[in-house]
Ligand binder design. Structure first.
Ligand code: ATP
Length: 322
């Protein structure tokens, strides 16, 4: 292993830069040459390569977004696109590739590993935390803390006016962000795609809580909840309860910002683990963290297996909301 590349792909996530930095500096410590590929697989196809040394990644540890850029690249999903990607890797005389992203990114990574002699490993970087094989993805902790900050602020105004607030957080298919934000923020209810939302039961619970003396109610809604988006749910509940309500969609604010200490630590650990996996000759695996230890999972399991939402924590959220 002499020459490796690193790319970031899919949605950007705070901590991706910390992971790139760790790959570059650990690679350098092993005596490897490290190449950065701009704009994910789109840049791979267009051969947008840049040489990265330890100094190239100075001052990026604390920055959100991704210095390499990212993209969604539909062409990579076609046989022709994959062939172009494989040719780019081989013509650049690369021995290894580190792909940072979510399960879509790992599908592309697995295909490249099959088409070339290049060893390919992945690092989970996505705010959604929806990747099997790692307890946490890089960016999740920052997104949760950003959502939590919003909830804390909303609670101040909600309590002042005795109001019902619906706060929508990211999570098109999974409720990991919503559950953690809701539990940590003391939400009265959390609506996630994994649990069917019963509007009548929700209304009854809100009414009981106000009757028991609560001065405000905050309902955290994952954007992909089965009952619809926050505005839709709020209107149905508000009409049924004949109560005034407010809706706050946090949206893309959750994607940006400086990564938390936890995300920087995770990114540093996984960047180092990915380089070690390459140096030790492994390929076709995602390097994640399970029970505090670096753990490698075959790419295919990252999309064929579903990571479960912690239902004990979901029930705890309800117990603590009384
Ligand atoms: P996030 O969870 O943040 O959305 P992701 O990696 O899952 O991250 P995707 O948009 O699903 O995001 O995938 C990123 C890129 O990976 C795609 O734009 C495409 O280039 C590539 N990709 C996705 N699926 C495949 C596939 N089946 N085969 C080859 N490449 C793929």
């Amino acid at each position: 292993m002499k020459r490796i590349a690193v790319l970031t792909s899919g949605g950007d996530a705070p901590g991706m830069n910390a992971a790139v930095r760790a790959v570059v500096r650990c690679g350098s410590a092993y005596g490897l040459e490290v190449i950065g590929i701009r704009r994910g697989y789109a840049g791979l196809l267009e051969r947008e390569f840049v040489s990265l040394g330890p100094r190239s990644v100075a001052n990026v540890l604390h920055r959100g977004g991704t210095l390499l850029g990212t993209a969604r690249c539909e062409e990579m999903k076609t046989p022709e696109g994959l062939r172009r990607g494989a040719d780019s890797l081989e013509e650049a005389s690369l021995d290894g590739l580190v792909a940072i992203g979510g399960d879509g990114t790992f599908r592309g990574a697995q295909a490249l590993a099959e088409l070339t002699h290049v060893h390919v490993v992945g690092i989970p970087g996505t705010i959604d935390n929806d990747v099997y094989g790692t307890d946490f993805t890089i960016g999740f902790d920052t997104a949760v803390n950003t959502g939590l900050d919003a909830i804390d602020r909303i609670r101040d105004t909600a309590e002042a006016h005795q109001r019902l607030f619906f706060v929508e957080v990211m999570g098109r298919t999974r409720g990991f962000i919503a559950l953690d934000v809701g539990l940590a923020g003391g939400a009265e209810e959390v609506l996630v795609p994994e649990v069917r939302t019963d509007i009548d039961a929700l209304c009854a619970s809100i009414r009981t809580q106000f009757e028991a003396g609560k001065r405000a109610s905050i309902i955290v809604v994952a954007e992909g909840d089965d009952a619809g988006r926050a505005f839709e749910i709020a209107e149905r509940v508000g009409t049924k309860l004949e109560m005034d309500y407010r809706v706050c969609v946090i949206g893309h604010v959750q994607r940006g910002g400086a990564p938390t200490a936890r995300d920087r630590l995770l990114a540093s650990k996984l960047g180092s683990g990915a380089v070690r996996a390459l140096v030790e000759g492994r390929t076709g695996v995602m390097v994640g963290e399970l029970a505090g230890k670096v753990a490698e999972t075959p790419f295919e399991l990252t999309w064929s297996q579903q990571k479960e939402l912690d239902m004990d924590m979901f029930h705890l959220m309800r117990t603590l909301a009384r």
